[in-house]
Design a binder for this molecule. Sequence first.
Ligand code: A3P
Ligand code: MG
Length: 420
Amino acid sequence: MDRHYNKGNFNSRSHQSHLSQERPSSKRHHEYDRGNEMHARRARPSECLSPSQTLSVSRQFYDRDFPVYKQPVEIGYFSLDSKRNFWNDARQLRYYVEPERCPNFNLRDGYHDRFVKRDDGIKEKLDHILKWILANKHKLQSRDAICPLGIDFVTWRGHLTKLLTTPYETQDGWLLAVSRLAGTFYISEVETEKARRDRENRTERHEEMMYWGYKFEQYTCADDAQGSPDSGGVVNTNEAFCTVVQTRLSEHKLLFSGEVDCREASSCAPAAPACYIEMKTSAEIHTPKQRSNFHRYKLLKWWAQSFLPGVPKIVAGFRDSDGQVVQVETFKTSQISQLIKTEYNCWKPTVCMNFCSDFLSFVKKTVKEDDPKLVYLFSWEPHKDVTFTTHRDSEYTFLPNWFVKEITGLHRETNAPPRA
Ligand code: A3P
Ligand code: MG
C-alpha cells in the first residue's frame, strides 16, 4: 500500500516540488500529540515537514489510470423527519413527477410564509449514520477480528464529494476529523473558521437563494408513487431521505450515506441506487462564458455528488435572477465527463478519484492508534498540501459513547475464543 501511495505522490516526476512548505497550524487547533511536538522541536525554522506527513493536491500526481470504483450497492436507508428525528425506514422518500420543459415555477413562492429551515448551526456529525449502523449491524458483521464491521471508512457522501473536488478547488478549504474504532476509520467534517464566518454573514439574498433549490424539489416531487407535487405546502429542510451505500475505491472499503432527492415513480424502474434522481437548480445560461463556467465548476460538483452513490440522473432547473425556472434539462451522470471534454484544461474524473483514493491511503498510514477519543484532524487550504494535527479528549472527539460502547462489545464478541 505504501509503495502505491509513494509512487503516486512522492517519487514520481518532480519530487521536491510537492514537499510541504509549512507545518500544520498549531495556533488555531490545539495540538496534544507528542509526536508532532517533538517534530516541531526538532525542526529548524527552514525545515519542511517530512513528506510522509503531508499530501500534495497537485493535479499532475493524480492524472493516471482511473482507479477501481465498484458499483455502489444500497445496503439500507433512513429518514429524518420534520423534527430531525431518525427513522430506520423510507418514510421521507419522494417520487419524481416530470415537469414541463419550460415550467415557469416561481422558486420565491413560500420563502417568507411556508419555510422551516434546518438549524445549520447544529452539528450532527456522523450521528445519523452511526444510528443506522447500530440498527443494521447484522448486515455488516464480518468475521475479521481486527475489523468486525468489515469496512475501512464510514462517512457522509458530502465529505467524499469535497475530497473528489479538492484538486480543482480554489476558494474553500476543509477540515476532516478522523478517529479509528475497532479497525474502521470514521471521517467527520469540522466547520472551518471561514465557513462559519460565511454562514453567519450570509446576505438575505443568499439565504433566499438557498431556499430555491428546495422549492424546486417541492415542485417536482410527490409523497406517493401515484401522487402529485404539492407546491402549496411547507418546505421543511429538516426532512431527508438518505441512502446508505457500500462500495470499494481501490483497496478501500467504503460505507457512506447521502441525501437522495427522489426516485423514479415507475415500479418498473431499476433497483436503488439506479432509480434515484438528483434535483438541481442553476442560473440560466446566455453566453459561452457562462456555459464554460457551468461546465468547469457546477458540473464538477454535480458529477462528484451523484457519481459517488451511483445516482444516474440529474434533473436541472435553469432559473432567471428572479427565481423563475425557465428551462428543465436532464443530465446523465455517466455522460457528464464527455460533455465537458470541449473545455480547455477542464477537470478530469480520474484526478478526482485518484486524489480521494490517495487521501484515504494517507489516512490509513497516518491514523495508527485505535482510540475513539483521539482525533486526527486533516486540514487543507487551497494552494497548499494536506496536513494534520492530533487531539486527544478534545472538542473534536466525535464518536459518541453510546456508539463506542456497542461497537466495542461487538469487537469483544468477534475476538472471543469459540465456545466449547
Ligand atoms: P441546488 O443544488 O439546486 O442549488 P442538493 O442539491 O444537494 O440536494 O441540495 C439541495 C439544496 O440545498 C441546494 O439546491 C441548495 O439550495 C441548498 N444547498 C445545498 N448545499 C449547499 C451549500 N453548500 N451551500 C448553499 N446551499 C446549499
Ligand atoms: Mg438536489
